[in-house]
Design a protein around this ligand. Structure first.
Ligand code: FEO
Length: 177
């Protein structure tokens, strides 16, 4: 059965490998956001915790999108092993610095898959990837906005409280979009 299925596969092995790596990256993002949500809740930033839980769910959705795509084109998606999740953060601001860094890394990785699709003329996967290109623009923008709040509002006690209130608005807009 496996042999029959693989012979029918339209996906190049090199593309399948990259998509499986992307599945793992999305799963890692989901797990990282869970850990960040836990830190925020434990430090009194309830709105940020909710936002990060919402982000974690989105990342799991991204992982499933890749997973089902690989299945759909006859490949073998791998359920990823996710380890070494960081649970300890030095500050509230570090959470959002990490978020932006993570999203920038995901964007680079998505762009790399798109470049690869172009090089092997896989327009089917290239077209599938466009959704993620647009999604990353939005995710990076949200992470940047959250981080900018620390400059605009200030990083002292009351400032952090206000930032947490503002994060609720970003979360709501992200959910609506
Ligand atoms: Fe699915 Fe935020 O990268």
């Amino acid at each position: 059965m496996q042999e029959v299925k693989r012979r029918k596969k339209s996906l190049e092995d090199s593309t399948e490998k990259l998509l499986n790596e992307q599945i793992k990256i999305e799963a890692t993002s989901a797990a990282n956001y869970l850990a960040m949500a836990s830190w925020c809740e434990q430090h009194g930033f309830a709105n940020s915790a909710q936002y990060l839980l919402q982000q974690s769910e989105e990342e799991r959705g991204h992982m499933l999108k890749f997973f089902t795509y690989v299945l759909e084109v006859g490949g073998s998606p791998q359920s990823p092993e996710v380890t070494n999740i960081k649970h300890n953060y030095e500050s509230f601001m570090e959470i959002f610095e990490t978020m932006l860094d993570q999203e920038i890394e995901v964007s680079k990785s998505i762009n790399n898959v798109v470049d690869h699709c172009n090089s092997v003329k896989d327009h089917t996967t290239g077209s599938f990837m466009q959704w993620f290109v647009d999604e990353q623009r939005e995710e990076e923008a949200n992470a940047r906005r959250a981080l900018e709040l620390f400059d605009v509002i200030g990083n002292d006690g009351p400032g952090r409280y206000l930032i947490d209130q503002e994060i609720a608005k970003i979360a709501k807009a992200a959910q609506a979009g």
